[in-house]
Design a protein around this ligand. Structure first.
Ligand code: GLA
Length: 386
């Protein structure tokens, strides 16, 4: 158990009574790039997680050490300053500490060891798990009383500072997820409800393409956001009440088609239709209609690939080859794009054979070994002991 290894390592190397925090990764059933457009998303927190062991150390220094990844340690003072470091994860801790200072939360030094089993760069939001888990730990240990909504916004701000102008989907999934359910989040007013996703006779399976992409480093993600904002600006010239793509209907976007960049247009239209797919998915889940769930997944993937242009040839192949297998109802890439996992709905009786054939075909075509996980939806971030 990773939790036990992290805790033992902390006890052996630091002090005997750490607080232990579990912070989950997330999947998204559908609704990609809709969150920063104030639309709908349908994520869920999963059993794969980052575990933190932490204890106050009576100094002004955070000593933070990664366990189970490349061994690396950083030190930051309570203002977020410290010696240079090269690990990417260090930037997230530094950003969170700086943001908490700007918000006037009084911090104290701590030792912290973390490790987990969320594959990095695979579209399962390891960075949201890191930022939200660490912030929740500090809030509890220092009695800062930061509520979960505020923690989500701190996590989002940390991502923005590192370079990803993301929405709030990942942070909400980490902070408000619930075992067995997806979280239907309306990113306009941040209201949410839980939607059970179990379909009798079917399994949700993730297949990791093992193509990793650090979204915070490239411009692809932020470019998409800019395209969406450019369309909103144009529509606003005709209707000042429009605040985001959420307020733009298909008719309204058609009325500006000739006046805008065609790439921006295609991207924004994808987002508007993706919101519709989230609603369709929820109805299909409520009815237990696996055919409709599957076709909605596939429609989402096709449009992400052709219109929003965030897939890769390997992932398109993974989705296409999945569709050829008996019992696969649908498949799509998840997350910000350009790599990561696909999510698949597969009939129970076909699941083993289908997965085996998909992994083999993918290996033959791309040379890449992929892996599969059966999706297990678990609870949101929590303190395991204190
Ligand atoms: C990343 C971002 C999220 C969201 C997804 C795409 O995970 O962090 O805010 O935009 O991409 O749906």
């Amino acid at each position: 158990m990773i939790q036990d290894s992290v805790t033992k390592f902390f006890k052996d190397n630091y002090s005997p009574n750490p607080v232990v925090v579990r912070s989950p990764g997330r999947v998204n059933l559908i609704g990609e790039h809709t969150d920063y457009n104030l639309g709908f998303v349908l994520p869920a927190s999963i059993e794969k997680a980052i575990y933190f062991a932490l204890q106050l150390n009576d100094t002004d220094t955070f000593n933070i050490e990664a366990f189970l990844t490349l061994p690396e340690k950083i030190s930051l003072d309570t203002k977020g300053n410290g010696p240079e470091f090269s690990c990417f994860w260090g930037k997230y801790f530094k950003a969170v500490i700086e943001i908490l200072n700007e918000k006037n939360y009084a911090l104290k030094g701590m030792d912290c060891v973390f490790g987990g089993d969320i594959p990095i760069g695979s579209g399962l939001s390891s960075s949201a798990a890191l930022c939200c888990g660490f912030t929740l730990a500090l809030s509890e240990m220092l009695g800062l009383n930061i509520d979960r909504t505020e923690i989500a916004k701190i996590g989002q701000e940390a991502e923005h500072r590192i370079g990803l102008n993301c929405g709030l989907m990942d942070q909400y999934a980490v902070l408000f997820g619930k075992k067995g359910n997806a979280l239907f989040l309306d990113c306009k007013d941040l209201s949410y409800k839980y939607v059970p996703i179990n379909l009798v006779g079917y399994s949700w399976v993730l297949i990791n393409s093992n193509i990793t992409h650090e979204l915070a480093v490239g411009n692809e993600y932020n470019d998409r956001r800019q395209s969406c904002e450019a369309i909103v600006k144009k529509v606003q010239e005709k209707n000042a009440n429009v605040a985001s793509l959420r307020d733009v209907s298909e008719e309204a976007i058609m009325s500006v088609k000739e006046e805008v960049n065609p790439i921006d247009f295609k991207r924004a239209l994808y987002v508007i239709k993706e919101n519709g797919r989230v609603l369709k998915m929820i109805k299909a889940l409520e009815k237990g209609d696996a055919n409709e769930v599957g076709s909605t997944l596939l429609a989402g993937h096709r449009s992400m690939s052709a219109d929003f242009e965030i897939s890769t040839s390997e992932i398109d192949y993974l989705v296409a080859v999945s569709q050829e297998q008996e019992g696969v109802m649908g498949s799509r890439m998840m997350g910000g794009g350009f790599g990561g996992c696909t999510i698949n709905l597969i009939k129970d009786e076909n699941v083993d054979k289908a997965v085996e054939d998909i992994l083999a075909a993918y290996k033959e075509k791309t040379g890449i070994t992929s892996e599969c996980f059966h999706l297990q939806i678990d609870d949101s971030v929590q303190i395991l002991n204190s």
